[in-house]
Design a protein around this ligand. Structure first.
Ligand code: AMP
Length: 214
């Protein structure tokens, strides 16, 4: 299955993606994670992306496309993939379609998680990620054993773009540049809208049902 998860920042894409890849056995490709890794590794691409990311703006399409094209060519993507956080613009979606067409593949489903802006701001300001196992916690709704420690014992960190002002910019960017993708995929008949403003388990049921999975 070639799948895409779309939603505003903080919609729970990462959490749902983990459940989906476990169920489907396909790799999760998160452009946000790939870019953060490139930044941490101090590569040229990471350095060029950093300025945009810390402001909550989108990294230019050519940089992201290079990263994704390279990742999709890895052997683990042969049986399918789950894209999380990509595409985020119409040119990215068109480039993805062209790339897949070259392999006689196409996007089968696009799951759109729908969450109101105010919930996004609340969720993101309380989001913490474990530096060791990658588990994502939510201080109010899905609290870790202690505010700075994961169940695995790892230290929890707040992403530098999860500050209120940056969150508002990321939301603006989502509405202006990413939400037009919903109509793009709706026209292709592959869009599945799922309410994302509930408990992660309830959202998971909605996502699985939308894809015909148990
Ligand atoms: P995320 O973890 O998906 O929220 O992404 C974090 C940041 O990485 C975004 O705010 C963007 O700056 C950048 N980013 C991630 N994916 C993309 C993409 N597909 N296109 C452009 N920028 C991206």
């Amino acid at each position: 299955m070639d799948l895409i998860l779309i939603g505003p920042p903080g919609a729970g894409k990462g959490t749902q993606a983990r459940w989906l890849v476990e169920r489907l056995g396909v790799p999760q490709i998160s452009t946000g994670d790939l870019l953060r890794a490139a930044r941490q590794a101090g590569t040229e691409l990471g350095r060029r992306s950093g300025v945009y990311m810390s402001q909550g703006s989108l990294v230019p399409d050519d940089l992201v496309l290079e990263l994704v094209a390279e990742r999709l060519q890895q052997p683990d993507c042969e049986k399918g993939f789950l894209l999380d956080g990509f595409p985020r613009t119409i040119p990215q979606a068109e480039a993805l379609d062209a790339e897949l067409r070259a392999y006689r593949r196409k996007v089968e489903f696009v799951v759109a998680l729908e969450v109101p802006d105010e919930s996004v701001v609340k969720r993101l300001s309380g989001r913490r990620t474990c530096g060791t196992c990658g588990r994502i916690w939510q201080l109010a709704f899905d609290p870790p054993p202690s505010p700075d420690k994961c169940a695995c014992g790892g230290a929890l960190v707040q992403r530098d773009d999860d500050k209120e002002e940056t969150i508002r910019n990321r939301l603006r960017v989502y509405h202006e540049q990413t939400s037009p993708l919903l109509a793009y995929y709706e026209r292709k008949g592959v869009l599945r809208r799922v309410p994302g403003d509930g408990k992660p388990e309830d959202v998971r049921r909605g996502v699985f049902a939308a894809l015909g999975l148990k």
